[in-house]
Write a protein that binds this ligand. Structure first.
Ligand code: ADP
Ligand code: MG
Length: 293
C-alpha cells in the first residue's frame, strides 16, 4: 500500500523568497535558464488505414521564457498532439516550432515531459529513479559506479521536493503525490529549460491534487523555467497559468489565448475569490462559444 506520511512542506531553497513576496505582479520573469517557445502555423493530420484525422491546424502560439501557459480544451482537441510536437516526439506536417530559438526536430534533454502516470521504474529506489536520466546523459556508455557528484545532486533535489526521507524507498512505498514529486525531480535533475506536462494530476484524488498544485507553483517559482501545462480542468488552468490557451473548434486549434490577471503567489484557496471566478467565466465563454463548428 502507498505510504500515508506525506511531508507537508517542501524546501523552498534560495528562490523561495519570491514565493513570500506578496503581490508580485504578473509580467516578464527573470528566467535566464528558461526557453521561449514559438509555434507558427503548426498543423498535424494523422493518416491511418485510409482515414485522415486533422488533429491540429494553423496553431500560432508564443510562450515567453519563464512563463506558465496552460492548454485547455475538451478531450480530443489536440492538446497531447501539440505537446508531443513541442517535445519533439511527434513530427508535424505544417508550420514551424522553435524552443529557445532552435527548430524542434526531435527529443532533446533541454525539454522535460511529465504525464498522468509518474512512470517510475518499480525496481529502482526513488534516488535511482531520479538519477536515471542524468546518469545515462553523463556516462554516455562509459561504465559508471558511485559518483559523489551525482549523489550530491540527488540529495539536493530530493530535499527540494521534500523526499529526503524516501531516497531508498521503492515506488510502491510512496503515496501518489510522492510519486509525482519523484517524477518531477527526475525531470528537473537534468535542468531542462522547458517542462511539458500532460494532465499530470488528472488521476489523483482531490486533496492530493490540491497539494500538487501548491507544490508545482512553488517549484516553478524556484526553478523559473518555462512550463506548458495541459489540462481539461478550467479551475486548474486559472490557478496555475499566466495565460490560458483555449483549444477546440473545427479544424482543431487554439481558439483564444486569455490572460490570467491574478497576482502571484497563488494558492488553492484563491479559487473562491470574485476575481478568480471572473477569469473562470471568461474562459468558459471562450470554451463554449460556437465558432461555426
Ligand atoms: P487530447 O489530448 O486533447 O485529448 P489528442 O491530441 O490526443 O487530444 O488527439 C487529437 C486527435 O488526434 C483525436 O481525434 C485523436 O483521436 C487523434 N489522434 C491522436 N493520436 C493519434 C494517432 N497516433 N493516430 C491517429 N489519430 C490520432
Ligand atoms: Mg491528451
Amino acid at each position: 500500500m502507498a505510504a500515508q506520511a506525506e511531508p507537508v512542506g517542501v524546501a523552498t531553497g534560495t528562490g523561495g523568497a519570491a514565493a513570500t513576496d506578496g503581490a508580485a505582479p504578473p509580467g516578464p520573469r527573470d528566467a535566464p535558464g528558461a526557453a521561449n517557445v514559438v509555434l507558427g502555423g503548426v498543423g498535424k493530420t494523422f493518416r491511418r488505414a485510409g482515414r485522415r484525422t486533422v488533429a491540429l491546424a494553423g496553431v500560432d502560439l508564443e510562450v515567453r521564457a519563464g512563463e506558465l501557459v496552460c492548454l485547455l480544451g475538451p478531450s480530443g482537441c489536440g492538446k497531447s498532439t501539440l505537446l508531443r510536437i513541442v517535445a519533439g516526439a511527434l513530427a508535424y506536417d505544417q508550420g514551424a516550432v522553435t524552443v529557445g530559438g532552435r527548430p524542434v526536430s526531435g527529443p532533446a534533454p533541454d525539454r522535460g515531459i511529465l504525464f498522468q502516470s509518474p512512470m517510475l521504474f518499480s525496481w529502482l529506489t526513488t534516488r535511482k529513479n531520479v538519477l536515471f536520466g542524468l546518469k545515462a546523459q553523463r556516462s554516455r556508455g562509459i561504465h559508471e559506479r558511485d559518483d559523489p557528484e551525482l549523489d550530491a545532486e540527488a540529495d539536493a533535489i530530493l530535499a527540494t521536493v521534500g523526499l529526503s526521507q524516501f531516497g531508498d524507498a521503492f515506488p510502491h512505498e510512496l503515496s501518489g503525490g510522492m510519486q509525482h514529486r519523484a517524477a518531477f525531480a527526475r525531470a528537473m535533475v537534468t535542468r531542462p529549460s522547458l517542462l511539458l506536462m500532460d494532465e499530470p494530476f488528472g488521476a489523483l484524488d482531490a486533496f492530493t491534487r490540491l497539494r500538487m498544485h501548491e507544490f508545482l507553483l512553488s517549484m516553478w517559482e524556484q526553478y523559473r523555467i518555462t512550463i506548458i501545462f495541459v489540462t481539461h480542468d478550467l479551475e486548474e488552468a486559472v490557478l496555475l497559468g499566466d495565460r490560458v490557451a483555449v483549444m477546440g473548434g473545427r479544424p482543431p486549434g487554439i481558439r483564444e489565448v486569455i490572460d490570467v490577471p491574478l497576482g502571484r503567489p497563488r494558492h488553492a484557496l484563491d479559487v473562491d475569490t470574485e476575481q478568480f471566478l471572473a477569469v473562470k467565466r471568461s474562459i468558459r465563454q471562450a470554451l463554449t462559444t460556437d465558432r461555426g463548428a
